[in-house]
Structure formats: structure tokens, C-alpha cells
Design a protein around this ligand. Sequence first.
Ligand SMILES: [Fe+2]
Length: 246
Amino acid sequence: MLSKLFKNFKKKDFNLEDFYTTDLHSHLIPAIDDGVKSLDESIAIIKNMKDLGYKKIITTPHIMSHRFPNTKDTIYPGFELVKNELSKQNIDIEFEVAAEYYFDEYFIEKIREKDLLTIGDNYVLFELSYTSTPFGLEQVVFELLQNGYKPILAHPERYTYYSNSLEKYHALKDLGLFFQINLNSLHKFYGAKPKLAAEFLVNNSLVDFVGSDIHAMKYFDSLKSFMQGGKLSEVFEKNQIKNSFI
Ligand SMILES: [Fe+2]
């Protein structure tokens, strides 16, 4: 049924609902990380996402102690602000909040305290340094799993020490991680190397979740143009994408 649908898929027929309607990676709380800078910007992006077909957005501000030392106390008030404005403007979309944790001491502390902000059924989104191989990743993933969390690695295609040796992705996945790629990586938004790595992950059926990772309107524009290009079907044909089941 699905494959028939993909076969008949035409650019002009694009309908996000045929694929998924929940986005689980974005930076839409104003001025608490490197995402949107104002409430207006946040609302404009969310409105566009709704028009594109999203029904639910779980936004994920950075928690990164050296750059964005966010806590529930900095995240929740901004989240309420956006949520209230959505309801004031009658923009009908589910809006929730979790976080994108950076792999650092604070993250490890929060894992041990079992005090992480989670997505759906205990999923935890986290990211690594783009340039230096993480020390002790295996142990931390083990602790996450042992504490009942389901760890999702954000944009594995963007870490150079993996994208330079693609075969490493299999072992990384085998630690017990879910992989979330940024759809914009497939659109060359981050350059040639992440695009190749994202294609490798897609073609090897290593992708569990797709994300927008929207920080500003230009990310949305790129995402929309990617989707209208008709390439989303390839991702869903080759992978068991779980966005709709979270
Ligand atoms: Fe992000």
C-alpha cells in the first residue's frame, strides 16, 4: 500500500501527512539558545510548519553548559510564552518542549539524577561535538539505557569524525542509539560532506527519526523546498521512520 503510494508520488501532490506529522527537533523558544530571536519569529515559523502539514512540534532548545546553560527554569517560561501566543492567535497545533542535550558533564549528571527532559516515551535527544571524537560515549549510552532512557543521537551526519569514515556508523548504531537525521542535510544545507553521510545513513536503513532542526526561517525555507522536490519518499521507503509513533 505504502510502496504503491510512493510509486504514484508526484511533486505537485506533496502531502506531508502521507509520511509523518510530528517534528521532534527545533529551536523555537525565543532567545535562549542560537535559535529564534523573538516571539514573532517563532510564531511565523510554527505557522509555516502547520501550513506545510505538521500537527505536532516538540521543540528542543540546546542545553549545553559552556554556551547555553539552560535548565527547566529558563526553558519553561519561554515555552509557555510561545504556547500562549499560539492559542491567542488560534494557531491549532500541538506544541511541546524537551531539549537537545550536549554531551558534557551536566548531561551525565542529569542522567544519573534521572532528571532529563524527554520526548514521548522516554526518548532523549542529544548531540556531540562536531569536530572532536567524544570520550566515553559507550559508557554514557550504557548509563542512559540502564536508566530507562531511549537515546536519540541528533544529526549523526554532521560529525566529521564519523562522516569521514562512514563504516563507523554501524558500530555507533549498535551501541543502542536511535539516529535522527536533519532533512536539510539531504538538501545540502550544511554542505557536501553531511549530505553524503546522510545519504549513506538513508541507503543503509540506519535512520530512525527525521528532524527539521529549525533555528530560523531560512531553515524552514530549505526544508520546504527539499520536501517539494519529492525526495522524502526515498527516506521513508528505505527506513523505518518512527516520528509518528513517538
Ligand atoms: Fe539542534
